[in-house]
Write a protein that binds this ligand. Sequence first.
Ligand code: SF4
Length: 241
Amino acid sequence: MNVVYEPKGRAREYSELACNLYMGCVHGCRYCFAPACMRSTAEKWHSQVDLRKNVISLFEKDAEKLMGDKRRILFSFLSDPYQPIEREKRLTRQALEIVGKYRLKSQILTKGCADLISEDLSLMKRVKTQLGITLCFVDDTSRQEWEPNASTVEDRLSILKMAHAEKIFTWVSLEPVVDPAQALEVIRIAAPYVNFWKIGKLNHMKAVEAGVDWRKFRKDVKKTLAAVGASFYIKEDLQNI
Ligand code: SF4
């Protein structure tokens, strides 16, 4: 395949297929793993977004080959499909149209521009895309500290509500958990609008990780999810700790 690939390791727990439409991501999350994966630096990866040459026509070629495949294609692991450049290029929208044309299964993972996501909700509904929002904080000051250029907590909650009202399947990526108390509060607040939860611990930041009792968090998170009747998946590194 050209631009659709089979993720490995922890990413595979989220999706069997994925496609990164953009290279680079201006959201600038402190915990971002993409620069390391791409042998780049955070400064570079977060300051510019490169367009992959002919990405949409290459994606369409892959889509044609995949027609009938039951696996979901995730947009995206190494960049955000709804970052500001999408306003001009609309690669995500074009890719979703192709998903519909070839009757493929897909899912979005974003913490990006609420206006752009809301404009695409009817398309997501039509092509049965599952909408995943990363949401790890309830306090927007923490969000600003960790995900400086991504959308606000309020905007993400509002998108979840809108998508849920449209009967789009919604899921929340509660990963990476930085502050367990805020993570549990996210579940309590967003539960009415979320069909599925995926929970994962913080990795690659030893000093912050060491300050969290992960076994206690795992117990608390299961209890909180059970209390709201949620469907969920706990990632292996948290499940096996
Ligand atoms: S949204 Fe994802 S790819 Fe973009 S900076 Fe944040 S963690 Fe990295």
